[in-house]
Ligand binder design. Structure first.
Ligand code: ZN
Length: 244
């Protein structure tokens, strides 16, 4: 462990002691967390901005950013590479703590327009920060929210309780389609050290300030909402809709 600050809980020494000799029983995901249930406790990893996990034989030389390494008896290693060192590793008793802190999974069968509508109506917030909030819906990051709002033709600063049924349905569809597009392209690689997919070549608005909207060719605009760069088409995503 070259970067002990990866370990958020418990203390580094307890973490080292408790993870020794454990057996991996599964690999799961909840929101942006990777959950690795062990025969006792569960290993939780958050990749954050630049994290990457890969299996390597222990004889392979260690990469510059492979700060945290888990050794397996088979001679293989799970290596957590993280150039910006924002990633986190935790050892928890069970997944309930993570589970209870997160909103529904947007790709789950029970995430329907009605459930999304309830969340939007109840919280009365601006769309962009609400959708980014992991307590509301789990797993949406900056890219996927911008892409989903463009697909739904909704301005990022619309109030969540101002959407009509058609707009809620469009947003629901936009969220699912954006995530599915990301999965299809194996995710986005916006960091040079991250060995991800090519979704970044298919963005509709994210990171495309001044470039033409794929729907109407208007130049994409970038604003800052809640300290996050936010991209949208001022023609497709008008700020004020007639309320119905
Ligand atoms: Zn447009």
């Amino acid at each position: 462990m070259k970067w002990p600050r990866h370990v958020k809980r418990p203390s580094v020494s307890t973490f080292r002691r408790q993870i020794r000799g454990r057996t991996v029983t599964d690999v799961l995901r909840r929101g942006k967390f990777i959950l690795i249930p062990l025969d006792e406790q569960v290993l939780v990893i958050h990749l954050m901005m630049s994290g990457d996990l890969h299996m390597q034989e222990s004889t392979n030389p260690r990469g510059k950013f492979e700060h945290t390494v888990f050794e397996f008896e088979s001679g293989w290693q799970l290596r957590f590479s993280d150039s910006r060192k924002f990633g986190r590793v935790m050892l928890l008793k069970d997944v309930s703590e993570i589970d209870n802190s997160l909103g529904p999974e947007p790709l789950a069968d029970d995430f329907d327009p009605r459930l999304l509508g309830e969340i939007l109506l109840k919280h009365k917030r601006l769309l962009k920060p609400l959708l980014m909030d992991q307590h509301m819906i789990a797993g949406l990051g900056n890219i996927y929210v911008d892409e989903a709002l463009h697909r739904a033709k909704l301005h990022p600063l619309r109030h969540s309780d101002s959407l009509n049924a058609g707009e809620i349905k469009a947003l629901w569809k936009g969220i699912r389609r954006s995530l599915q597009a990301g999965l299809r392209h194996n995710g986005a690689s916006i960091d040079w050290v991250y060995r991800g997919g090519d979704f970044q070549n298919h963005f509709r608005v994210y990171g495309r300030k001044g470039e033409p909207c794929p729907v109407c060719a208007t130049a994409i605009v970038r604003i800052v909402v809640g300290q996050r760069g936010t991209h949208f088409c001022p023609t497709c995503q008008v700020e004020e809709h007639a309320q119905s």
